[in-house]
Design a protein around this ligand. Sequence first.
Ligand SMILES: [Zn+2]
Ligand SMILES: [Zn+2]
Length: 738
Amino acid sequence: MQVNYIQVAIPVPMRQLFTYIIPQNINSAELHIGARVVVPFSHRQVIGIIISTSTTCDIEDKKLKAIISLVNDNFRFPPTLLNFLQRCANYYHHPIGDVLQLALPVLLRQIEQPTIDLATTWHELKTEIADESSVAIEKAAKKAPKQVALLSLIQAHNGITWAEIRTLGFTKAQLNALEKKQLIEEKKQNPIPFVYQDSTLAEEEKLTLTVEQAVIVSAVKQSFGEFSCHLVDGVTGSGKTEVYLQAMERTLAANKQVLVLVPEIGLTPQMLSRFEQRFNLPICLHHSGLNDKERLQTWLAAQRGTAAIIIGTRSAIFSPLHHLGLIIVDEEHDGSFKQQDSFRYQARDIAILRARLLNIPIVLGSATPSFESLQNALSGKYRYHQLTKRAGQSTQSKITLIDVAQQQMEHGLSGTLKKAIENILKRGEQALIFLNRRGYAPAINCQECHWIADCQRCNKSYTLHQGQKLLICHHCSSQKRIPYQCPSCGSVRIKPMGQGTEQLEERISELFSDYSTVRIDRDSTRKKGELAKLLQEVSDKKHQLLIGTQMLAKGHHFPDVTLVAILDVDGALFSFDFRAAEHMAQLLVQVAGRAGRESKPGKVLVQTNFPEHPLLQDLVNNGYPHFAKYALTERKQALLPPFSYQALFRAEANYPSYPEKFLRSLTEFSFQGCQFAGPVPAAMEKKAGKYRYHLIVQAKSRKELHLAIYQLIHHISQNEWQKKVRWTVDIDPLDLSW
Ligand SMILES: [Zn+2]
Ligand SMILES: [Zn+2]
């Protein structure tokens, strides 16, 4: 049958496909679903994706435009991936063109075709004269221990890419030095699918499993080739990574690929090294630190089957893995799996969808499972596995509350805490001080007239960054010089108010001047490679005092830290956000789990004004699982997620009445099983000059919710206010604060 028309997804904010005519000079047999075409759109040319073809069309031919050309490079979305992405677009009510565009590497979104070089990998160079290289290694060992460490990494994993080497904390200089010494060589990688051999698995690296671990490994292996979701609820240090590694064996042995999602690559070098050492197979990393060329290489390695294992952050879920056999989501509770702008997907949730569509198993792991996953496990929807024992002899860090209401505070530190820090420093151990507030001070004010430096666009105070000598708004990123005089009364007595990590670092260095202090937050690790460098310095014990934000609660383990201090938890106890307590508990337990080792268990001190608060008491005395189950019964009574389903409409405009009226007009409709809450001003009512309002739609079932959202979006297209506001819809919203 003659195909005359194609339907194309285009990266525009419209929830529809666009129909084009196929011109004479293009052979319709070459137009494959999922391939890229160049099409005219308004006054420009764009890359579109072919979604379907047809022989007839309802629109008159003269009203249609013809496609310009077919991008004939064989890089197209495989049908299973395309189907998955369409399901995602439907679920999140997001324009399909935008979703497909996000799943495509930047270089394939451009009309100009990229030149694609073969990926190169690094290998150990075996010389004829073995003595020569061992002399060179010996010499290097003394002067350059990092070079030796890099060499053993390359030896352990023959064929590692520069992107991986860099992510594991090594520099180009170290790599070049090894090449100059003729210890390693670069090879072009053959783009052929990987093949599992007996020598692939480093048996000697395998750890003996506990009974609990063995049960999980065998359950995951048994579900090979069929969909099942396993929640591994295991305290930190209980050996989840070993479970992942052994559960992967069967999939890899069948020459199927494994996708591992992690919250943040830079903080998990220890885990990456273990993957490298266990399997002599091509592993690809996918994260935001890659440049466009590296991203395309990773995409191709996934598509061609060259990569056996892909380890990546959130957006790695869109990798075009051709032979995917198993998905693992580590630290599944982590908020960074949720994209917070434009296409607001939750990578963990759509990973489960992808596993279901492909009929493969998926493993979710966490020491502090999200309430959503826990409820699915408790209700029997997921297979529920618990790892209650820490590997080896180590015990879980104990959490103790410090009542600060009665204490004299010095720079945010109570006397009790100060003494505890002194004690462990004397013993030669390390302390981690946790404060979830970057910058020097959350505000500056005038001591005479109490004027506060506010960002006019957000009505929130500027954060003082002393190091950069700037005032920075953490909400819209606008910057301002620090005023010398108060603009209101002319006084020069302008002082910082409150305390951020930058100031804490300064104060702690003064208080404990005999010891070295290091700060790890988004500001101090902005430079490429800086995070890996600082983490290395901590493990080399160059610093005794470690100050950080929630970044430190992710993945990385500090065996010599025996004291963790949490300066302030009170904000979460009285938040309007019903998830605040859940997140606070996860953070506390996660930070606690990063500390200590078998011989030196860690201790966690938490400063609070409300030591009798029932949630804190439950968490401290009974642990996370008990706390979570209790909090879930509260959610059930209040009919909050996971016992109901929510969508959040956000709207903003230059005037507060516009978003308010726009959202109010939506509440005039009614839908079966659905309720509206709002419209209300967002917690952060003004941001970057725009007034923001929220409307929550809540339903007892997903089906009812989606039906309502679908109809509401249809109503919006005919709404008089829609042109005056910017609006978005967020399905299963995680953060209600903005
Ligand atoms: Zn003043
Ligand atoms: Zn601002």
